[in-house]
Design a protein around this ligand. Sequence first.
Ligand SMILES: O=C(CO)[C@H](O)[C@H](O)COP(=O)(O)O
Length: 252
Amino acid sequence: MSPPAIIAPSILSADFAELGRACSDTMGQGADWLHVDIMDGHFVPNMTFGAPVVTKVRPHVDRPTRAYGRGTFDCHMMIAEPKRWVRDFKKAGCDLYCFHYEAAVSSTAADTPEGYSAAQTSPKELIRFIHELGMQAGIAIKPKTSVDVLWDILENPVAEERPDMVLVMTVEPGFGGQSFMASELPKVTALRKKYPELHIEVDGGLSEKTIDQAADAGANVIVAGSAVFGAADPGEVIRKLREAVDSRRGKL
Ligand SMILES: O=C(CO)[C@H](O)[C@H](O)COP(=O)(O)O
């Protein structure tokens, strides 16, 4: 059976001037995780914030949640040098560090002060490093990236080098409020077929209108930014997204 629904509102759509309160309110409205979009202006054509902001917001989400203990920070690293920031985000309170496959394999960055060569980072090495620091590891793919790049990584017999979650982007990363790309769902279907227990996250354009397609494909971690933060009743939207996923468990 696929894992239960995890609803992760994207704080990209929150009021950044009131970020702590917005995060705390969203957890109180039933969110399981908070999806934190980190953008560097290189990997994507937009910038958000870095580890110091995550550090400041962390205390606002340290509260019991429905199913996962303290509020979980699901950090989506849309950055060109994913290995470079692993330690900083661990210190800031990140629980799940999700990097982009495309960034890991194309990094030409200089060595980090800790002696890790960003230029030699393979996804497997990066996953191991994230695990060694005590975080969960996620790997994300953009719409133009084939799901086939993931099989070798998921089939690795070394458990420490396997991701805890795969993120299939359903928009081009960089901005909230874009239209959902249903064309990406065959990737989710293929992943779910091979990995019934894997956390499969979808991100971009998820709402009450698009959730049924994503849930039918087998996604269980649902990122929603504008649909949650733009709603008159965010708690109701979170409840409906969860219901759509959980009602399909055991039927996929
Ligand atoms: O990663 C992202 C953009 O790169 C955002 O998390 C995503 O787009 C969520 O926003 P929305 O639900 O409004 O589409």
